[in-house]
Design a protein around this ligand. Structure first.
Ligand SMILES: [Ca+2]
Ligand SMILES: [Ca+2]
Length: 231
């Protein structure tokens, strides 16, 4: 049954991705439906909304097998690449930061960050394990989770960026009943914007995910998830 649920999550995500690609001009989903229901199999109605701002909605859900998180970056409608300060190509990317023992501090070999599309040539989900304060392993591609940054048409000529992370609880050594702390950070070169779920700001300056103090992360209790209704 667990495997069936996981399969359905992936199947729903895949079918929606195909629809979005095929429907260049027709909306795949109305804005109101995206707000109400989420997309790519994410169970928005039974999820916990941790941030709900004009630039970003960040929601989390889990069952006894997966942590499932979705960020909607409402003002990012452009998938194209830009340039870093040192003239390297960079695309949209994001990080889901997990303080897994919920102590508000970096815990070596416990806390983890999951990154989506860290560089244009590195597409997909990567993991870094904490080695202490502001120190971590390199980006590893060995996660058994899934994740993607996608753009869904919500009106003719209008698309919205949606980042989705699906992380197995076994991979983060947590189970239903545990409390974790977490935070989402996302960046876009076009339009140029940086968002985070924790309300962190750096005096108008740009910032990377590691700038956000762990003390600002959200608490999240891993609960027994409701059944997902698929469309
Ligand atoms: Ca963008
Ligand atoms: Ca910690």
């Amino acid at each position: 049954m667990k495997h069936l649920a996981a399969y359905l999550i992936f199947a729903a995500a895949f079918s929606f991705a195909v629809k979005a690609d095929d429907a260049e001009n027709a909306p795949a989903l109305s804005l109101s439906r995206l707000k109400e229901q989420g997309v790519y199999g994410f169970p928005q109605k039974s999820a916990t909304v941790l941030c709900d701002q004009p630039e970003l909605r960040f929601s989390v859900w889990n069952n006894d097998e997966y942590l499932f998180a979705q960020a909607v970056v409402w003002k990012d409608d452009d998938a194209s690449l830009g340039k870093t300060d040192d003239n390297r190509e960079i695309g949209d990317w994001s990080v889901l930061m997990l303080d897994l023992d919920a102590d508000g501090k970096a815990t070596p070999n416990v806390d983890r960050d999951y990154t989506l599309n860290p560089w244009p040539e590195m597409n997909g989900l990567y993991c870094q394990i904490s080695m202490g304060e502001r120190s971590s392993t390199g980006l590893k591609s060995d996660s058994h989770g899934r994740g993607a940054i996608r753009y869904i048409n919500v009106a003719v000529g209008k698309q919205v960026r949606v980042d989705t992370f699906l992380i197995p609880l076994t991979e983060i050594s947590r189970q239903v009943g545990d409390r974790i702390r977490l935070c989402y950070w996302g960046q876009s070169p076009k339009p140029m914007l940086t968002v985070n779920s924790a309300g962190y700001a750096r005096d108008g300056k740009d910032y990377f995910s590691y700038r956000i103090p762990l003390s600002k992360y959200h608490n999240y209790n891993l609960t027994k998830g409701d059944e997902i209704n698929f469309f």
